[in-house]
Design a protein around this ligand. Structure first.
Ligand code: HEM
Length: 515
């Protein structure tokens, strides 16, 4: 009896020891190496992890400092949310070339009852059939080169109005808030490209209302990014941040778009004048469409195209930074003006068809986007675990690409903090050098891979013609003679801390048709 008990006891002990041994082997050879394989991580604090490091008001700069000290691929933890920080072109290139599909998700949690941040917006939608279908519609009908060719007169009209507005200010010696004026123009252009000629009235209230909602949504987007970081710790206490504000803006967007939708249904445009709303309504009614879209999809499409870091804000901000750099660099401004005058002359206003013949203007725009990218950071999420530079990246990890650090990396750019458009002229004529930089992901103001920005062509056209017109037709007076190029704190996009306000002085240029 005793012997049987002893044998049983010995067997159980062996069994427990075997279990412990396998657990040890599992943790050593299966789990532990993965933990040890994570990218390098700077020292962190208990509970909050690296949260104190992002409390700085210029997050992209704090991250840049962190990466220059600890390396271009870092593993950070904000409370219990892991983040992988990417700060060099070689790591960005590996991500876009090798892991593009795996990181084609933004990973923000959608708020499904909201039109603004629901799962069918460009921002939240996972990569798949729906997003592919909507992007195809966006490129074919709005942002691709043929679609841009069709909407050229909308932009030419708005550029003339912009010129007339500045001329009025010059005559009255009034100061101009360049970013604000440029944002108004870019917003009107996108609104008209989307909604068609019926909204072309100068004092159109719907465009104004949409602009107000875009501004509100932008500040919500910033809060949403913060809420995403704090989501997991706060959810434990049943706290959901900003939900009420998001739903309120969504409801007002919904009402505005429902009105516009109904108008389009009552009075559809003739085929040749069909605008984006008509195109989407046709896809909505088409039983054989590649993807069956709903009425809500149509609305979210407009919100996304209007809002997503899109036209309105990014193009306005970049135009402002460009003018600030030019005011501070009179030699560059003079060289640019000479180029424009030699190609466009003194009796016509610069047109977008002139842009290919204005390489220095193109170089100025590129250099401004390099130094002052409107989206200094963008996020992707790994759907599955993967290895980047040999390091283990767990599934569902946010990858934060520091565009600002990549485009100011001294390893890729000579004198990276200098405003020097000439660096983009090396490729003059062939464009080969520019292409090489883009291929190597050294120049990424528009992101990269399949979730890269589809609005890049429109952005180059808008910024090129707006800056070109302001240089061609006006001198710019500013108090103190120099602009402070400081970045605003606590913004999601790269904004000037002190908006550029200067007075235009009309030059002896007389575009035909203007008195
Ligand atoms: C200076 C102007 C602009 C800049 C710097 C810019 C930059 C960006 C960046 C960095 C992204 C994220 C890319 C990524 O994750 O790889 C993005 C996405 C996007 N942008 Fe732009 N953008 C600009 C203008 C525009 C315009 C004019 C439009 C359309 C009217 C637009 C529409 C979009 C859309 C729809 C996405 C989301 C694409 C997706 O998630 O698949 N952007 N943009």
């Amino acid at each position: 009896m005793t012997t049987t008990m002893e044998v049983d006891f010995q067997n159980s002990l062996i069994f427990v020891l075997l279990c412990l041994l396998s657990l040890l082997c599992y943790s050593l050879y299966v789990r532990r190496p993965q933990r040890f394989d994570l990218p390098p991580s700077p020292p962190s604090l208990p509970l909050i992890g690296h949260f104190h490091l992002i409390l700085s008001l210029l997050i992209h700069k704090s991250f840049q400092k962190l990466s220059s000290k600890h390396g271009p691929l870092l593993y950070l933890r904000i409370f219990n949310v892991p983040i992988v920080l990417v700060s060099s072109s070689s790591v960005a290139s590996e991500i876009f070339k090798t892991h593009d599909l795996n990181v084609s998700f933004r990973g923000l949690p959608p708020l499904d009852e909201s039109l603004l941040f629901g799962s069918s917006t460009f921002l939240m939608a996972p990569h798949g059939d729906y997003l592919k279908f909507m992007k195809k519609l966006l490129v074919t009908n709005l942002l691709g080169s043929q679609a841009l060719e069709r909407s050229r007169c909308i932009r030419a009209d708005e550029l003339e109005r912009f010129y007339a507005n500045l001329l009025g200010k010059a005559i009255n010696k009034e100061m101009v808030d360049i970013g604000k004026e440029a944002m108004k123009v870019s917003n009107k252009i996108i609104f008209k490209m989307l909604m068609g000629s019926r909204y072309c009235l100068e004092d159109d209230g719907e465009a104004e209302r949409a602009r107000g909602l875009v501004i509100e949504s932008f500040s919500l987007l910033k809060k949403l990014a913060l809420a995403t970081l704090l989501r997991r710790p706060l959810e434990k206490f049943g706290i959901s941040l900003f939900r009420k504000d998001i739903l309120s803006v969504s409801r007002r967007f919904d009402e505005l778009l429902e009105r516009i939708l109904e108008e389009h249904e009552e009075k559809p445009s003739e085929h040749q004048d069909a605008d984006m709303m008509d195109v989407l309504l046709e896809a909505f009614r088409d039983g054989n469409a590649e993807y069956k879209i709903t009425r809500n999809h149509i609305k979210t499409f407009f919100i996304a195209s209007e809002l997503f870091i899109a036209g309105t804000d990014s193009m306005g901000q970049t135009t402002q930074w460009a003018m600030a750099e030019l005011v501070n660099n009179p030699n560059i401004l003079e060289r640019l003006r000479k180029e424009i005058e030699s190609v466009v002359g003194k009796t016509s206003l610069i047109q977008e068809t002139d842009l290919p013949s204005l390489p220095y203007l193109q170089a100025v725009v590129k250099e401004v986007l390099r130094l002052h990218p409107p989206a200094p950071l963008f996020a992707r999420t790994s759907r599955e675990q993967c290895r980047i530079r040999g390091f283990y990246i767990p599934e569902n990890t946010t990858l934060l690409v520091n565009v600002y650090a990549v485009m100011r990396d001294p390893g890729s750019w000579e004198d990276p903090d200098e405003f020097n458009p000439e660096r983009f002229l090396a490729s003059l004529g062939t464009g080969e050098e520019d292409e090489r930089r883009e291929q190597a992901h050294k120049y990424i103001p528009f992101g990269g891979g399949r979730r890269g920005c589809p609005g890049a062509n429109l952005a180059y056209i808008f910024i090129g013609t707006a800056v070109g017109m302001m240089v061609q037709c006006f001198d710019w007076k500013i108090k103190g003679g120099q602009v402070k190029l400081e970045e605003a704190a606590g913004e999601l996009n790269l904004t000037m801390a002190h908006p550029l306000k200067c007075t235009p002085v009309a030059r002896p240029i007389k575009p035909l048709g203007f008195k």
